[in-house]
Design a protein around this ligand. Structure first.
Ligand code: PLP
Length: 481
C-alpha cells in the first residue's frame, strides 16, 4: 500500500518536472519566434505580486513612462518610427491586439494602492482605468513620440483637447502666454477669449517673424508658454523654430509647437521645441473620418499630465478610445509616403498656378517669404507640405472659383479640415478663421478671398491639373462679363 503510494508520488513528481521543462521550452520558442522585439504583453506579468520592485519609492512618479523608447537621436522620422518595437497581437497576429477594457484587474488589493501612489504604472504593465492609461493608446503614443523625436507622447480625443490640456498643465491661473498672431481659429479663440474668462490666463499675440517682438512680449516670471504653429493655419507662415526656441529658452518659457500642418516635413522637437502638439484628425489620420490629438514632450511633462490627482489628461478626461488608437496606429506606417505625395502635388500645382499669374502662397515657392527658413529646417525628401493658398482677393471670387472646382470640374470638395486623400477647399476668412476680428485676420494675413487648398493625391496629376484649368477657364469667362 505504502509502496504503491510512493511509486505514485514519484510518477506524479516526474510528470510535473517534465511539464515544467516543456512549458519553459515552449515559452523560449515563442520568444525566439518573435525575435528579441518582445511581445506586447508579457504573459501573466501582472499576475505576479510586485515583489521585485524597489522599496524606496520616492522617485515613483517619474517611472510611469520610463520604458518608452526614446528615438529622438534619429533625424529622419520614418527611420525613427521603423526603429520602434513592433507590437504583435496576443495570439501572434502581425497587428497588435486592441485592449478594449475600461478598467483593469489586480491580484492583490495592495497593488491598487501602489498604482494610485504612482509607484506602479504602465512601464511595468500595470494599468488602472482607461481614462488614465490604456495600453493601445499608449502604443500609439509611442509612435507619436518616435515620429516627433520626443521622450514620450500620449493621444487625446481631439487636437484642441491636446492643446488646451497642455496649456492648462503649464500655465497657472493668472498666468501669461505669448502666441503667434497667425494661428488656427479655434486655438486663437481658446487663448484670446476662453482662457481669460475661465482662468484669467492671458495671451499676447505677436508676429513671430519678428524675434525682437517675441522677446519683448515675454514677461519673465509671468509668461510660461510660447505657442506657435510650424506652418500657420491658414496663411502658411513658417516659424523659425530654432530661433524661437532659443529666444523662449533664454527667457525661461516652455516652447509649444502645433505641428499639425507638417508631420514628417518638420520635427519641431528635434529643432529645439519642448512640446509638440497635433491635430491627428488631419494628415496623420489621412481619412477625414477621425477626430484625434496628441501631445509629444518630455517624460516629466507627460507624467504630470497623467498624474492621477492633478494631471489635465486625467482630470479633464480628453480620452482617446482604444479602437480609434488602433486604427490610427495602422495608418502611421504609410504617413511618410502620403506626406511625400501631398507635398509633390502641392508644389506642382503651386508652381503652375504662379506661372499663370495667380497669387499663390506656398512655402515651397521661391516667392514665399519664409521659403529659405523652411528649406533650412525641413526633413530631407518630404517637400514643403500639402497645403497651399490661392488669394482670389474677394470672398465672392473665392466662392465662385471653389464652386467650379467642386461642381464643374470635380477637382476637390468644399469642406473645412485638411490632410485628406481628396483635395479640400475652404475660404478661411468666412469659415475656420471666422472667429477672428477683421483686424486680427489682417494681422494673421487672411485676406477675404483666401482659399486654403489641402492637396489630395487621388487621380493622376495630369487629370487633376486639367480639372484646375477647366475650372479656371469657366471662372475667367464669368469675370470677363
Ligand atoms: C493647426 C490646427 N491645430 C489644431 C486644430 C484642432 O484640431 P481638432 O479639430 O482635431 O480638435 C486644428 C483644426 O483644424 C488645426 O488646423
Amino acid at each position: 500500500m505504502y509502496l504503491f503510494s510512493f511509486i505514485h508520488f514519484l510518477q506524479l513528481s516526474l510528470y510535473l518536472i517534465i511539464t515544467c521543462i516543456l512549458l519553459s521550452f515552449q515559452s523560449l520558442t515563442l520568444m525566439a519566434d518573435t525575435g528579441n522585439q518582445g511581445l506586447v504583453y508579457l504573459p501573466n506579468k501582472k499576475r505576479s505580486v510586485p515583489e521585485d520592485l524597489v522599496s524606496d519609492n520616492t522617485d515613483a512618479k517619474k517611472l510611469i513612462l520610463s520604458s518608452l523608447p526614446f528615438s529622438g537621436g534619429l533625424v529622419d522620422p520614418a527611420a525613427s518610427l521603423a526603429s520602434l518595437r513592433h507590437e504583435f497581437g496576443e495570439h501572434g497576429g502581425v497587428n497588435m491586439s486592441i485592449e478594449a477594457s475600461a478598467t483593469f484587474t489586480v491580484l492583490e488589493p495592495e497593488t491598487t494602492r501602489r498604482i494610485f501612489t504612482g509607484e506602479l504604472g504602465p512601464d511595468r504593465d500595470y494599468f488602472l482605468y482607461s481614462r488614465h492609461f490604456n495600453p493601445t493608446v499608449l502604443h500609439l503614443g509611442r509612435k507619436m513620440a518616435a515620429l516627433e523625436g520626443t521622450e514620450a507622447a500620449y493621444c487625446t480625443a481631439s487636437g484642441l483637447s491636446a492643446i488646451s490640456s497642455v496649456i492648462l498643465q503649464l500655465v497657472n491661473s493668472g498666468g501669461h502666454v505669448v502666441a503667434a498672431s497667425a494661428l488656427y481659429g479655434g486655438t486663437h479663440t481658446l487663448l484670446a477669449h476662453f482662457l481669460p474668462r475661465v482662468s484669467n490666463i492671458t495671451t499676447t499675440f505677436v508676429d513671430i517673424m519678428d524675434l525682437e517682438k517675441v522677446e519683448e512680449a515675454i514677461v519673465e516670471g509671468k509668461t510660461s508658454v510660447l505657442f506657435f504653429e510650424t506652418i500657420s493655419n491658414p496663411s502658411l507662415r513658417v516659424a523659425n523654430i530654432p530661433e524661437l526656441s532659443r529666444v523662449g529658452h533664454s527667457k525661461g518659457v516652455t516652447v509649444v509647437v502645433d505641428n499639425t500642418f507638417a508631420p514628417m516635413v518638420v520635427s519641431p522637437a528635434r529643432l529645439g521645441a519642448d512640446v509638440v502638439v497635433h491635430s491627428v484628425s488631419k494628415f496623420i489620420s489621412g481619412g477625414a473620418d477621425i477626430i484625434a490629438g496628441a501631445v509629444c514632450g518630455s517624460e516629466s511633462l507627460l507624467n504630470s499630465m497623467m498624474d492621477l490627482h492633478n494631471g489635465t489628461l486625467m482630470i479633464l478626461g480628453p480620452t482617446m478610445n482604444p479602437k480609434v488608437a488602433f486604427e490610427l496606429s495602422e495608418r502611421i506606417p504609410h504617413l511618410s509616403l502620403r506626406m511625400k505625395e501631398h507635398s509633390n502635388r502641392a508644389l506642382f500645382y503651386a508652381t503652375r498656378l504662379e506661372k499663370l499669374g495667380i497669387k499663390v502662397i506656398y512655402p515651397g515657392l521661391q516667392s514665399h517669404p519664409q521659403h529659405e527658413i523652411l528649406k533650412s529646417i525641413a526633413n530631407k525628401d518630404y517637400g514643403f507640405g500639402g497645403l497651399l493658398c490661392i488669394d482670389m482677393e474677394t470672398e465672392e471670387k473665392a466662392n465662385k472659383f471653389m464652386s467650379y472646382l467642386q461642381n464643374y470640374s470635380q477637382f476637390g470638395f468644399m469642406a473645412v479640415s485638411l490632410g485628406y486623400y481628396e483635395t479640400l477647399l475652404s475660404c478661411s476668412g468666412s469659415s475656420t478663421s471666422s472667429e477672428l476680428s477683421e483686424e486680427e485676420k489682417n494681422l494673421a494675413g487672411i485676406s477675404p478671398g483666401l482659399i486654403r487648398v489641402s492637396v489630395g493625391y487621388v487621380g493622376t496629376l495630369e487629370q487633376k491639373w486639367n480639372q484646375i484649368e477647366k475650372a479656371l477657364a469657366r471662372f475667367y469667362e464669368d469675370f470677363k462679363n
